[in-house]
Design a binder for this molecule. Structure first.
Ligand SMILES: [Zn+2]
Length: 153
């Protein structure tokens, strides 16, 4: 691990220690172990607004400091971006995932007959990519549904 990463971890631990108790832990629909943003299993906690923005965010009135279950990928993509609420983070992640997986999402669909004509290693690769594409599409749709839901805090 590089010095920079160690420093980052150290800073994060310091911020958690300093501000964690201000943030209220919330779940949606009792989904403690599901990433609030994309719906896959959650193994991290996302602080909104981010811990690193706490000092800047607290000058705004009507800000709820919340923490929610989150997957590693959403957490690291949204990271320290200055979002004041979950809705802003949802919107950011929706666009970010579409951009990040653009190539995969633009991949054409294949019918079984065409797949059969391919060599086995290429067929395996394409099937694998189609699988990944499905998963990403499901996650993006999950984020999209969050955007249309009206979740008042
Ligand atoms: Zn996620």
């Amino acid at each position: 691990m590089s010095i920079l990463n160690i420093r980052k971890l150290f800073n994060k631990a310091g911020l958690v220690k300093k501000y964690n108790s201000v943030y209220k832990y919330i779940y949606y629909e009792n989904a403690q172990f599901v990433c609030h943003y994309c719906g896959v299993s959650a193994d991290t906690v996302d602080h909104v607004p981010p811990l690193s923005c706490y000092e800047d965010a607290k000058i705004y009135s009507n800000i709820d400091f919340v923490k929610i279950p989150c997957c590693r990928e959403c957490n690291s993509l949204a990271g320290n971006k200055f979002h004041l609420n979950i809705f802003e983070r949802n919107e950011f992640l929706f666009n970010r995932y579409k951009k990040r997986y653009k190539k995969l999402l633009n991949m054409p669909t294949w019918d079984k007959k065409d797949l059969k004509e391919l060599g086995s290693s290429l067929r395996k690769k394409i099937k694998n990519d189609l699988n990944r594409k499905n998963i990403i599409e499901e996650r993006i749709n999950f984020i999209k549904n969050n955007l249309t839901e009206n979740f008042a805090l």
